[in-house]
Design a protein around this ligand. Structure first.
Ligand SMILES: Cc1cc2nc3c(=O)[nH]c(=O)nc-3n(C[C@H](O)[C@H](O)[C@H](O)COP(=O)(O)OP(=O)(O)OC[C@H]3O[C@@H](n4cnc5c(N)ncnc54)[C@H](O)[C@@H]3O)c2cc1C
Length: 543
């Protein structure tokens, strides 16, 4: 069995699959290591009822191949998990990707051997593989976060995490189900569980804003319109901050009359989807402007939910709308009008413990057959921190990032030569249509590898000074927004002991992409490139 490759890619979600495609285009021998038994990443693991994308399907797909985007047909405005997984499998078949992917192979360590300038990747089952280049395509939302609830291990019923849902059907009907977590996954799963459960208890600590998705079948005229000008639309989307073609308001919310503002919010509420927060230019910058949108949504919640006390609990007041990932739902709030659904406020009734047959919150015991943990992810850095990554001079990534992740452009981190990250911390990643972010990062990495190969370069590494400058820029960009006003997973505060650092780059896709292109055009400014132990600046003479 071959164990030496030009490049090893970790992860076979949309990032790893596209990286493999590009590596082959460059003529590199490539291996992909993937924990799961199939491709698709997020869409392989998140099989919970109600899982679907909240970026429209026509956009939440690869753009790199015109034939692919023309031939694939989405059935709904927001595709469901099974359909997205089918799409990922279609891509894998179309480009014969599977032959270079080793499934059921979790990379447990990645060690850089300084002398040989080689990465050694080892898997849980004791295999070792070697490559000059290594790409971490491990995903921003792939390390499921289990809550630290006293007694959880003693529960005699079934426990499922939404981010690691079984591949076999789960029998939910007629059962007493408890859900913990009311973020995006909780908001998607709750209405579906309520339809099946004998009784559903939703244990809520923090309510979240959600906008009706208004999901519907895609009509053929809409699809045809998109497909007639797909390439132009993709380009236009890349010029939008989130990489999503959308209707972005240019006015301040405070510069229009209350009547006009209300009409605009009503229009967007009726249209549905997360584009709601794009109504005005300052909704994520100015608290007063934000307050107008937040209050509109709170009022809607009070209109939908018949019990005023429950409505109050569901209406978020502790963070600006959009400062946490905004959700798109199908009947989430209306679900609380059902007789078989109870909202339990964990703020007023703190979670005491889980025991064999249920959960105690406050002084009340709730008998349960099934626990659904919709408790999200150790986001952005979680999957990387689960791999023992060791760079030059035995520096570990865990040590290096103990006070928060440092990268240059989110793509590389100093001390770890030839190790690239797709949608890493410090890149726009989760604030965008992530497939756009993935394609842009992978294209940049592929361009960089081509550059290095033509110059016979042995290593590339982010310079510490460039990294420092980038991290400061990422921090400053976030400071100018309301994103830092919420205790969100963008900051890592959902994970005990994780340093609270705002991880994604809020500057938007076009600004980020421009910087990446400038760095490339400037012979990879801020990166140290070595050939046969010479530094980059001698390499430029070769060019
Ligand atoms: C429920 C849900 C809904 C989402 N909806 C949207 C949406 O509407 N729009 C949007 O833009 N984004 C959405 N996202 C974000 C989504 O994660 C990205 O859009 C995209 O799928 C990420 O692709 P990826 O390849 O980067 O990562 P992933 O899809 O997470 O794939 C990473 C892969 O790496 C593997 N892996 C990790 N560590 C190792 C290891 N040590 N060894 C081997 N393999 C490893 C994992 O098993 C996984 O298969 C959603 C995420 C979730 C969880």
């Amino acid at each position: 069995m071959t164990r030496k490759f030009d490049i090893i890619i970790v992860g076979a979600g949309f990032a790893g699959m596209y990286m493999l495609y590009k590596a082959r285009e460059l003529g590199l021998s490539a291996l992909v290591l993937e924990t799961a038994g199939g491709v698709g990443g997020t869409w392989f693991w998140n099989r919970y009822p109600g899982a679907r994308c909240d970026v429209e399907s026509m956009q939440y797909s690869y753009s790199f191949c015109e034939e692919l985007q023309q031939e694939w047909q989405w059935s709904e405005r927001y595709a469901s998990q099974p359909e997205i997984l089918k799409y990922a499998n279609h891509v894998a078949d179309k480009f014969y990707l599977r032959r270079d992917i080793r499934f059921n192979s979790r990379a447990s360590s990645a060690i850089f051997h300084d002398g040989e300038r080689v990465w050694q990747l080892s898997t849980d089952d004791g295999e070792h593989y070697y490559a000059k280049w290594c790409v971490m395509a491990t995903g921003c939302l792939s390390a499921a976060q289990r809550p630290n609830i006293p007694g959880l291990g003693t529960f005699k019923g079934e426990i499922y995490h939404t981010g690691n849902w079984p591949q076999q059907p789960v029998d939910l009907s007629g059962r007493k189900i408890g859900v913990i977590g009311t973020g995006s996954s909780g908001i998607q799963v709750v209405p579906e569980l309520a339809k099946l459960a004998k009784h559903l208890y939703v244990f809520q600590r923090t309510p979240n804003f959600s906008i009706p998705a208004r999901n519907q079948p895609i009509d053929s005229a809409y699809e045809a319109e998109w497909k007639q000008s797909y390439a132009e639309r993709r380009t236009a989307a890349r010029n939008m901050p989130a990489g999503i073609l959308s209707d972005i308001g240019t006015n301040s919310a405070l510069a229009v009359s209350p009547e006009d503002r209300l009409a605009e919010y009503e229009r967007r509420w009726a249209a549905g989807g997360t584009g709601f927060t794009a109504a005005y230019s300052d909704l994520l910058k100015n608290e007063d402007a934000n307050g107008t949108a937040a209050e509109f949504v709170r009022k809607k919640i009070r209109e939908v939910v018949t019990d005023p006390a429950v409505a109050n609990l569901l209406a978020p007041v502790d963070h600006p709308i959009g400062s946490k990932r905004i959700c798109a739902d199908t009947d989430y709030f209306a679900t609380f009008n059902r007789q078989n659904v109870t909202l339990v406020d964990l703020r007023a009734n703190p979670l005491q413990e889980v025991s064999e047959h249920g959960l105690t919150a406050g002084s009340q015991f709730y008998e349960l057959d099934i626990f659904v943990l919709a408790t999200g992810f150790d986001a952005i850095t979680g999957a990387l921190s689960k791999i023992d990554i060791v760079g030059r001079q035995a520096l570990t990534l865990k040590e290096k990032w103990q006070d928060g992740p440092n990268t240059y452009l989110g793509l590389m981190t100093s001390g770890f030569p030839n190790l690239f990250i797709v949608t890493g911390p410090g890149s726009p990643s989760v604030l965008t249509n992530v497939i756009v972010a993935i394609e842009d990062n992978v294209n940049w990495i592929a361009g960089c590898l081509a550059y290095l190969m033509t110059r016979d370069a042995q290593t590339i590494e982010a310079m510490a000074s460039a990294e420092q400058g980038w991290i400061e820029h990422v921090g400053q960009a976030a400071e100018g927004t309301l994103y830092t006003k919420a205790k969100s997973w963008y900051l890592g505060v959902n994970v005990l002991g994780k340093p609270a650092v705002f991880m994604p780059y809020v500057g938007g896709v076009p600004a980020y992409q421009k910087i990446c292109e400038e760095v490339e055009a400037d012979s990879y400014r801020g990166f140290d490139i070595h050939a046969n132990r010479d530094s980059v600046h001698s390499l430029q003479v070769v060019a």
